[in-house]
Ligand binder design. Structure first.
Ligand code: ADP
Ligand code: MG
Length: 731
């Protein structure tokens, strides 16, 4: 198709018939500027088209649409809200009574006598047996709405004239204030006639046929005006598939480029790595650990950078797996670095690795905050000269411009807050990239590993070490608080230790205020006389380290903390955890917190305390009053109950994901890989799997999508993901 003949697609919306400046502004608020935007503005739902009936012909108990002008209206206010009575009258003089109960009075702002409305409702009967409607859906018609009121059939679908089949569905679009469904319908009707034929189809005919995809023009017409559910579904399928395919192609290209362009040292696995490791730890490795170590060591022998995500629930023993990879690198003369999200955790790794490798001539250096300039300088020199084999620290290493002598492996622990695009730029000293191992305890739903994390290889530790103690979880409501703290206290007096976690309400003070007030309450109340300690984000690394050491040595019995303890901290004697205002945490995060206990030989107990309901994050502002007030008051409690009843991290992550969406769960909102126009990675999983497999095949046979019949696809892939995935010049 020539550029000129496609010009109408790019026409500004204001050039469409009937688009006033006001309408144009409304459409702009929906992100619609050109005709093509409108064409790709899809319905969010479909409803059966209600039958249109004159008031005189309305039937009892069947949903119908009718028309009338407001002839009478009055409201009475009661404490529970307003009760309103209205009478609508049509041109034939027939009258219909309507009632509303318990509504906020602003609902009735638009009710003006003589105003015309389309009325949709299922009539019931009043006390005297007359037809009456309650809570009808109204579309007020403005004076300038030139609807063809002479033919009632047309009123039902002012813009979309009665189609030949009368079972056509009624598309429902997302709207903005002041805009009405039928106004969008009218515009759609205008553009659907000719514009769809101007859109190029990215899919070759044979491809479409083989994959059950509608041609683009047909799909566009049917997604807006389907005959029935099945037709709508088929049209949606085409667009969902296309969206997923584009991302999967981009990810496959990125993988491909990675294989071709990037180099890493091929690090042979010393044959006895597993044997040596076994001698170093007092326990047997689990089957899952052995399998995952094999996957990792095999990756590291290839001259291409490993890009592997290790997923394992809290306590599944990821650290020793990382140690195996580190040992392999170090044994072959390469350096390794392990980074943790917090200083506390970095120090724990430092201690663990130092002890693990104490019989070997391996120098391990810390790279942590608060180091004196002189110490820091010595450490940097050791890293540069290669005297230091292992560097342990936080991600500050990435920004510190550290020069390595021969860096072979980077391990990033407890990573859940970023995708994998930002591979650190480290000066490896080898002229090649290092191998990457990213570890996370956040169970990542498969749909996520296929999208946001789609360019990683995945290893899963799906087995906990034997002998783990069960953890019992209680939802502690206001009335049960006293009993919970009495129980908590008794366990401490029996010799156990515990955590009290306080969510950070105010980002700016890093939880200081809240932690201190909880400390005050507990030390003066239920935990008086016990040895309590505090750890929060404002402390210096040394202070935090001292507190953690005191906790490990039982100098401190109860540690009151912000969610800094969320990740990785491992103190086996701590068997209690009490989480304040637990409704402020996501389920996956609660699961992480709970993972701090039940690590030793005693069973664990977790109490999730319900805070003030007002502190729960507000749900979508601007929801309908009926919905807002209909929200069960005990929603936070129900959510925490889900948590208390499950110890399955994957299940909880899926739930979280359903309730809060992927961005929130992984902090991946910013790179937009998951921002789809119509696809939904949870609902459309099947199509996602399909597109993933198809993309892999396509890239295998045509790596740069250079073939003529792939050109349009390639253009779209680059336009959509070229920057985000740094695809450069493909092909
Ligand atoms: P996470 O996966 O949460 O990082 P860790 O690596 O901290 O888990 O391991 C949790 C605890 O389990 C540690 O105390 C560790 O020593 C222990 N552990 C790891 N692997 C095994 C195993 N195979 N058998 C027994 N205990 C193990
Ligand atoms: Mg860990």
């Amino acid at each position: 198709m020539t550029p000129e003949s496609r010009a109408p697609l790019f026409a500004p919306i204001r050039s469409l018939p009937g688009v006033t400046p006001e309408r144009e502004r409304q459409l702009e608020r929906l992100g619609l500027a050109r005709a093509s935007d409108l064409l790709f503005f899809f319905p969010r739902d479909y409803r059966p088209r209600p039958r249109f009936t004159r008031i005189a012909d309305l039937e009892f108990d069947v949903e119908q649409m009718t028309y009338g002008r407001l002839a009478e209206f009055r409201t009475s206010n009661f404490s529970r809200g307003a009760v309103a009575n209205a009478v609508f009258e049509d041109d034939a003089g027939d009258r219909l009574r309507a009632v509303w109960f318990n509504m906020p009075s602003w609902m009735f702002r638009q009710f003006q006598l003589d105003r015309r409305a389309l009325i949709t409702a299922k009539p019931g009967k009043d006390k005297r047996g007359r037809l009456q409607i309650s809570h009808p859906a109204l579309v007020w018609l403005d004076d300038d709405d030139d609807l063809p009121f002479d033919g009632v059939e047309n009123v039902a679908t002012p813009a979309l004239e009665a189609p030949p089949e009368d079972d056509t569905l009624f598309p429902v679009y997302p709207l903005t204030e002041g805009l009405k469904q039928y106004q969008i319908h009218r515009l759609m009707k205008e553009i659907l006639e000719t514009l769809p034929d101007l859109v190029d189809d990215v899919f070759p005919d044979e491809y479409r046929e083989a994959h059950n995809l509608l041609p683009i023009a047909e799909a566009l017409r049917k997604i807006h005006l389907p005959k029935d559910e099945a037709e709508a579904e088929l049209a949606r399928r085409r667009f969902i598939y296309q969206e997923f395919l584009l991302l999967q192609l981009a990810l496959a290209i990125r993988r491909q480029q990675h294989e071709v362009n990037l180099q890493a040292p091929a690090i042979r696995p010393a044959e006895d790595i597993l044997l040596r490791l076994r001698r170093l730890v007092p326990y047997e490795l689990t089957g899952a650990q052995t399998r995952v170590i094999r996957e990792i060591t095999a990756d590291m022998t290839r001259p291409v950078p490993m890009n592997r995500l290790l997923q394992g629930d809290v306590g599944s023993g990821k650290t020793i797996v990382a140690a195996a990879a580190i040992l392999q690198a170090v044994a072959e003369g390469y350096q390794a670095v392990i980074m943790a999200p917090t200083e506390i955790l970095a120090r724990q790794h430092l201690r663990f690795l130092t002890r693990l490798f104490e019989s070997m001539p391996i120098e391990i250096v810390p790279f942590l905050g608060g180091q004196k300039p002189k110490t820091r300088q010595e450490i940097l020199e050791k890293i540069e000269s290669g005297a230091a084999s292992i560097v342990v620290g936080t991600q500050a290493i990435i920004y510190a411009n550290v020069r390595f002598r021969k860096l072979g492996l980077v391990v990033i622990d407890e990573q859940h807050k970023f995708g994998v695009r930002q591979r650190a730029q480290l000066k490896t000293g080898t002229g090649a990239d290092p191998h990457y191992l990213v570890m996370t305890a956040t169970p990542i739903p498969r749909s996520m590993t296929m999208t946001v994390f789609g360019d990683l290889d995945i290893s899963i530790l799906d087995q906990l070490p034997p002998g783990r103690q069960p953890i019992r979880t209680y939802v502690v409501t206001q009335e049960k608080k006293e009993r919970w703290w009495a129980f908590f206290r008794r366990k401490i007096e029996e010799g156990r230790q515990g955590y009290v976690v306080v969510p950070r309400v105010d980002e700016t003070d890093e939880g200081l205020k809240d932690v201190e007030s909880v400390f005050g309450e507990l030390s003066a109340g239920p935990l008086a006389g016990l040895r309590l300690g505090i750890v929060h984000g404002r402390m210096t690394p040394e202070e935090k380290d001292r507190i953690m050491a005191d906790f490990r040595s039982r100098e401190i019995e109860v540690l009151i903390a912000t969610s800094v303890i969320e990740v990785g901290v491992d103190v086996p004697n701590a068997t209690l955890i009490s989480i304040e205002n637990a409704n402020m945490f996501g389920l996956a995060q609660l699961h992480q917190l709970r993972g701090r206990i039940g690590r030793g030989k005693y069973p664990g107990f977790c109490g999730v305390l319900l805070g003030d309901e007002t502190e729960e994050a507000p749900l979508g502002q601007g929801t309908l009053p009926a919905i807002a007030s209909g929200r069960p008051r005990n929603a936070p409690e129900a959510r925490l109950k889900i948590f208390a009843d499950s110890s399955d991290g994957f299940f909880l992550a899926e739930k979280d994901f359903e309730m809060r969406g992927p961005g929130d769960l992984f902090g991946t909102e910013q790179h937009g890989l998951c921002r789809f126009h119509i696809a939904d990675i949870l609902r459309d999983r099947k199509i996602l799997e399909e597109a993933r497999a198809d993309a892999a095949l396509m890239i295998r046979s045509d790596p740069g999508l250079a073939a003529d019949n792939h050109r349009l696809l390639r253009d779209q892939v680059l336009r959509r993901y070229g920057l985000a995935l740094n695809l450069g010049d493909v092909g």
